[in-house]
Design a protein around this ligand. Sequence first.
Ligand code: AMP
Length: 190
Amino acid sequence: MKYFILFGPPGAGKGTQATSMVEKYNLRHISTGALLRKEIAAGSELGLKAKALIDAGSLVPDEIVEGMIESEFMTATDVAGFLLDGFPRNTAQAEDLDAILAKSGNEVTAVVSLMIPDETIRERIRHRAAIEGREDDASEETISNRIATYHGKTEPLINYYKKSGKYNEIDGLGTIEEVHDKIRELMDRF
Ligand code: AMP
């Protein structure tokens, strides 16, 4: 099994690129954000717990997203691997992911990091708000908090994965097709 991590700030284009990546490489797409939004839509207890944190642009507790990831790993069949989108989001999640994978003799295959500058993050999120209607895209305050959360908690993972030689960075600027081609060139190596 291959375990790819699609990494990058909010608005980097992870969701957009994930769709074609999972098709081409027969991967199961696991977006913790999408799974959480599904729980909110279903009105579950977990969804209720997560909603306030998501609306504030903060991270939900590690054990919630890790539980989701583990159950996705267990229920996937007929795939060559997984594409993790939006997970891990902090060092504790990255360490726990390593431990979860080690239990079955696996490890992270590679990190594909889409990088865009902060000013582009806001533009992209504003654009997406008009199309997808995500509540956490609509408020400037929430967006600012998500950017701060990214820099404070998620960005340190770049060094975490550089140390293990798994980090690969791609310029996330350019057209969807241009970025897609660069990702394909990279993924073909694994
Ligand atoms: P996303 O769709 O990846 O932008 O995620 C939307 C929101 O869901 C984030 O701003 C967080 O509040 C929450 N979330 C998604 N993934 C995680 C994660 N791995 N850890 C904690 N919170 C997460």
